[in-house]
Ligand binder design. Sequence first.
Ligand SMILES: Cc1cc2nc3c(=O)[nH]c(=O)nc-3n(C[C@H](O)[C@H](O)[C@H](O)COP(=O)(O)OP(=O)(O)OC[C@H]3O[C@@H](n4cnc5c(N)ncnc54)[C@H](O)[C@@H]3O)c2cc1C
Length: 451
Amino acid sequence: MTAPTADLPLDLPDAQLPGVLGAALTGLYTGEPRLPARPGGREAGLAALRAWTGAGYRERNHLSGNVSRLSMYLRHGMIGIREVAAHARHVLRGRERDEFLRQLTWGEFFRLVLRQEGARVLDNLEEPKYPARWTDALPDDVRAARTGLPCVDAWVTHLIRDGWLHNHERLWFAAYLIHWRGVHWRAGYAFFREHLLDGDIASNALSWQWVASTFSNKPYFMNQENVERFSGGRWCRDCTARCPFRGSYEELEARLFSGRLPEEAPTPRNAGASRRAAPAAEVGAAPIQPTGPTSPRVVWVHGDGLSVTDPALSACPDAPALFVFDRPFLSGTPIAFPRLAFMYQGVRDIAAARRAPTHARVGAVAGELAAFARAHGAAELHVTRNFTPEFTRILEGVRAAHPDLRVVVHEPERLTSYDGQVRRFFGFWKKVEREVLQGAPSPDAPRRGHR
Ligand SMILES: Cc1cc2nc3c(=O)[nH]c(=O)nc-3n(C[C@H](O)[C@H](O)[C@H](O)COP(=O)(O)OP(=O)(O)OC[C@H]3O[C@@H](n4cnc5c(N)ncnc54)[C@H](O)[C@@H]3O)c2cc1C
């Protein structure tokens, strides 16, 4: 096992962050070290939440619509899904409120699918609903924003510059890459993972699969009219390119999918049943009850819980806590620097808000946690569960490296109490609608429609 690494300073001002963090994380990121387009951390997340009035959310499918842009804070647990829902209930009314809460529920749905399917969400969950032949690599002209299509090049430019895209831009880009360029959705997933500040295995992989039709009944695609309408014509107005999106839906369907798509392909009744033997992200069988309030303990802070309100941190206010930038994982699949800086800002806020010490390191997470627990004479390691395959892998590594350490897993905050199987959002929504809308759904609450 490698020796534990030195701590990163957790009081770096933003101006020093690219230089110092950039040097510490060399080889683990792509691009130049720079600050994220929006600052990370609970304070910044709360400020963004309070500033969002929601007025005009009904226009959310338009790029000019007042969407919340809270996804990066939600994804890293800097703000909680329940406090966002409470804010929405306070500032929004009627259909607009219901629509926002329904969108928020998509995130919960995807996390539950990840909990159920584990690492399988990175493979086709179902067969594509058309005869697809996909290549594996992201084409160079797409990566370089040089396709010659002003809209596509703008989506790539915004993705890299801002680390965020409007949902409609994500859908259009995904459809372009998969259906027009014939690229496997996994290449798009990896490109988004690299650059999005909210990049998240569940929402990202499953949204790509939704567009590809490997997690939906039909592929999603758009035409030029759709792009023009919801973008306010910003790219189409002066466009001189030969537009591949021009045409009616019927014409495009025939061109892209070798004929007509199934009207409503039924979900295979037992799709995935044979592969669903055990919840993939379950933590091993070891007992996970705390021994008592006084047993020496440490807390593992990870990228899904970057807030002092994280359940494990809240349960252990006096315990030393450790966050680790996962060197082996990031050196295999590096991500753009702004997200690492965004996460650092989250840990920095935690350190400033706690009375017990908080540390950050770069290394192999399991080994660092075991060494940290030993150094503090801890009998327990507390952590809040997440559903990623890495979580399970890391806890197994901790148990191997420190068999005497008791691992106490706290449950993450949920928007709903639903615990059954999940397959399609619509079915899930029917089960949780009343709970999400607080038992008082408006009669005209949206039932179907655009994602
Ligand atoms: C190909 C593709 C990849 C995506 N990858 C991600 C990802 O990695 N991480 C991520 O958080 N979202 C992802 N999304 C979903 C969605 O685009 C973003 O959550 C949304 O655009 C974030 O902007 P917002 O915060 O202003 O959303 P708002 O409309 O203000 O919604 C509020 C919150 O609800 C949740 N939400 C809203 N819509 C969705 C949705 N369709 N799916 C899941 N959650 C939703 C998000 O947490 C969001 O912050 C992806 C969508 C597509 C089509």
